[in-house]
Design a protein around this ligand. Structure first.
Ligand code: NAP
Ligand code: ZN
Length: 349
């Protein structure tokens, strides 16, 4: 199937229109017309080559919402016209213990990313959601709950699941004291999801600039990480902290904020940190952990959770042609929400 998207052709060039083919439907494939596509900081890291050389031309995008256009002969759970979604993965081995435990993101044989990864059968490079269409095997397609506003759902597919998964893994519930470092795309979803779970949530931001937004999301307020007195006064104040900072940073300054047995879960920076000091870890049996997106079953759970609790990302709708200026804004790190591309702004021609 012919389609069009926006692709990066090198680490330092802007995204430009790109015509390419989606594969012919395999028996278990679902062909989707993409209606909305969220803009994740990972898209920016990837096209910039922050995570190593990329197989350009590359169409990013892994927060995908659309409508089913056709299905392969063996597809059981989706039919033409259904509203569906695709997140950060489009395949995995389906045979290892991790896949059997519904944690395909930790597939022993490596999951297949939605873009920039070799297809398991042909070796062709996968292309993501900044495009009109995508073809994905049924097992990696999510269902949009009936009562959900599809125009606001896309960021749940990465920002939502990436924060929901650690909140669930660390048993966040009524009264859990949750800190969220970085109030961007992931951070604002972490605040909303933890609040909906009944937690007491504080956003830990570089300044108080986003406090009004943070309170509207359900946070008690902002702890400014640049305010040494406020940071000292907040010692031992959290059971869990979700760290979404997208660059190399100093985790040691946040560790004393944890109570005994507390955990900082890093979901942001993929790469080196400032050298951590063991003292606050040893003095409070505190832990530093990491977490990668979430499995397909859990991604369906977060969609259903958001529909049930009326949790929606704050979306700023953009046109496809505005993606390069959106990337510039994202790089500045001043957003407290997510850009979402309205794919109707991209002509299929
Ligand atoms: P984002 O929208 O840009 O938000 C990041 C936030 O971090 C900013 O809003 C800012 O919040 C804070 N920040 C930015 N620059 C900073 C700096 N130099 N020092 C300290 N804080 C800074 O990004 P995002 O889309 O939420 O993604 C965040 C990170 O998560 C990215 O690195 C992305 O690749 C990664 N990610 C990981 C996974 C996973 O599975 N683990 C999944 C998706 C994304 P304040 O202004 O409030 O300080
Ligand atoms: Zn993402």
């Amino acid at each position: 199937m012919k389609t069009v998207g926006y692709a990066a052709h090198s680490a330092d060039s802007a995204l430009v229109p790109y015509h390419f083919e989606r594969r012919d439907l395999r028996a278990n494939d679902v062909a989707i017309e993409i209606l909305y596509s969220g803009v994740c900081h990972s898209d920016l890291h990837t096209v910039n080559g922050d995570w190593g050389p990329q197989p350009y031309p590359l169409v990013p995008g892994h927060e995908i919402v659309g409508v089913v256009k056709s299905v392969g002969a063996d597809v059981k759970n989706y039919k033409v016209g259904d509203h569906v979604a695709v997140g950060c993965m489009v395949d995995s081995c389906q045979e290892c213990d991790q896949c059997h435990h519904h944690e395909e993101q930790y597939c022993r044989n490596g999951m297949t990313g939605t873009y920039g990864a070799p297809d398991r059968q042909t070796g062709d490079i996968t292309q993501g959601g900044y495009s009109k269409h995508i073809v994905v095997r049924e097992e990696f397609v999510l269902r949009i709950p009936d009562n959900m506003d599809i125009s606001k759902a896309a960021p749940i597919l990465c920002a939502g699941i990436t924060t929901f998964s650690p909140l669930r893994t660390w048993n966040v519930t009524k009264g859990t004291r949750v800190g969220v470092i970085g109030l961007g795309g992931l951070g604002h979803m972490a605040v909303k999801l933890a609040h909906a779970m009944g937690a007491e949530v504080t956003a830990i931001s570089r300044s108080k600039n986003k406090e009004k937004e943070a309170i509207a999301m359900g946070a008690k307020g902002i702890l400014a990480s640049t305010d040494a007195d406020a940071m000292a006064a907040a010692a031992n104040a959290f059971d869990i902290i979700i760290d979404t900072v997208p660059v190399k940073h100093d985790v040691t300054m946040y560790a004393p904020l944890l109570d005994v047995d507390g955990t900082i879960v890093i979901v942001g920076q993929v790469g080196p940190l400032e050298e951590p000091l063991t003292l606050p870890l040893i003095l409070g049996r505190r832990r530093i952990a990491g977490s990668l997106i979430g499995g397909i079953k859990e991604t369906q759970e977060v969609l259903d959770f958001c529909a049930e609790h009326n949790v929606y990302p704050d979306c700023e709708m953009i046109k496809m042609e505005d993606i390069n200026s959106a990337f510039e804004r994202l790089a500045q790190g001043d957003l407290a929400h997510r850009f979402v591309i309205d794919m109707s702004s991209l002509s299929a021609e």
